[in-house]
Design a protein around this ligand. Structure first.
Ligand SMILES: C[S@@+](CC[C@H](N)C(=O)[O-])C[C@H]1O[C@@H](n2cnc3c(N)ncnc32)[C@H](O)[C@@H]1O
Length: 366
């Protein structure tokens, strides 16, 4: 299979989970103080929909924060329609240079470092910042080419439109979509995509491609395709077809988030250290912590330290959430929870909080 060699400073430019479902799972309420991993920024932006008072969004990698801050500034200054064109919704309907002109209207308010970064990466602005992550480029460059050779445009369109009748969707999946070529291609692409992740993220004994395929299968059996914006990007290398948008870009949500942007603080930090410092400095406790996929980077005592501190830094009743692949769940072994003032929640039935890519795990602080 073709290898990828892509030079892009950003690792992840999209969000692979429906954060509105995560908000429900975390039971985020008016007035809450929430800690989250920033990633592309969308995690924090979409959490504003649940009306928390304060969101601290931290990321280890400064490029992720440059992206997050550009998104937040774009939302602050642009109408929903302008912002969608800027980030690359229905990407082929906007000229790359138009995105640069939009950038030029907003960049004056970015902090110096963020502006310098984007000025030096104008090609990323031209492309649409939704597509510039190394992970997304893997899917766009390789995935689409291969997937479209397995299922033609019409079959893909038909598949994406399903969902009003789940029985029909599952039947279509089983009889038309889920061929051996599709399964092989999907596994290959996901394994390619995983090469940009740190080795430690995937345990050595895990068949990562198969775990991804199982998760995809489960998603198709449980989530209507016509409500699944993540599926649309995967299969069409575009977003926004028939108005299906990620939650923060939907009418009403966009304006609400825009009015609450001042509640987010973007901080470059290792979340492990950030939580430990929060405890040591007797900072106010959190009402919820979203560790995203960060738990995958740790094991043994390090992981226990993170989980126990996350519980200590939170108020009773707060939720701690992270995502992983079902088969990779062993990364957080049960003994890690021992000694933490925390109760792991029962695994919920499949819901929209579990996406094509991840399964969510939550725990309640005691
Ligand atoms: C896989 S991405 C999250 C993707 C996310 N699940 C989504 O759907 O958007 C994980 C993020 O965690 C950040 N990260 C990794 N280790 C970290 C750490 N120790 N502290 C803070 N952020 C970290 C990475 O820079 C990246 O932005």
């Amino acid at each position: 299979m073709e290898e990828i060699s892509i030079k892009t400073p950003v690792m992840f430019s999209q969000t692979y989970i429906d954060v509105t479902e995560i908000n429900k799972l975390m039971n985020i309420k008016t007035g809450d103080r929430i800690l989250t991993v920033a990633a592309s920024g969308t995690h924090a932006l979409e959490k504003l929909l649940a009306n928390p008072e304060e969101i601290i969004a931290v990321d280890l990698h400064v490029e992720q924060l440059y992206l997050a801050k550009l998104q937040a500034e774009g939302m602050r200054q642009l109408t929903r329609e302008e912002f969608c064109r800027f980030v690359g919704i229905n990407r082929r309907s906007t000229q790359p240079l138009e995105r640069v002109s939009i950038y030029n209207t907003i960049c004056g308010n970015l902090d110096t470092k963020t502006k310098e970064f984007w000025d030096a990466n104008i090609a990323s602005i031209e492309m649409g910042i939704w597509y510039i992550g190394r992970l997304e480029m893997t899917i766009v460059l390789l995935g689409h080419k291969i997937f479209s050779s397995i299922h033609d445009k019409n079959t893909t369109a038909e598949f994406l439109a399903l969902g009003d009748d789940m029985k029909k969707q599952i039947e279509f999946f089983e009889t038309i979509w889920n061929t051996s070529s599709w399964r092989r291609a999907y596994k290959d692409i996901r394994v390619q995509g995983s090469k940009i992740l740190k080795k430690s993220v995937i345990p050595a004994n895990t068949d990562y491609g198969q775990a991804c395929l199982d998760q995809f299968d489960k998603s198709i059996r449980n989530v209507p395709n016509n409500k699944n914006h993540l599926l649309q990007f995967l299969l069409t290398e575009d977003v926004g077809r028939n108005g299906l948008l990620p939650p923060y870009l939907r009418e009403g949500n966009y304006e609400l988030i825009k009015s609450r942007l001042g509640r987010i603080q973007w901080i470059q930090a290792d979340i492990v250290k950030y939580i430990a410092d929060n405890i040591e400095q007797h900072q106010p406790k959190f009402d919820g912590i979203n560790l995203s996929t960060v738990v995958h980077h740790f094991s043994g005592p390090q992981l226990q330290y993170l989980i126990q501190n996350a519980a200590k830094a939170s108020n009773p009743g707060a939720k701690l959430v992270y995502y992983n692949l079902p088969r990779v769940e062993a990364v957080v072994p049960d003994e890690v929870w021992d000694g933490a003032k925390l109760r792991k929640d029962e695994a919920n039935d499949w819901g929209n909080a579990d996406s094509i890519y991840f399964k969510t795990v939550s725990a309640t602080v005691l």
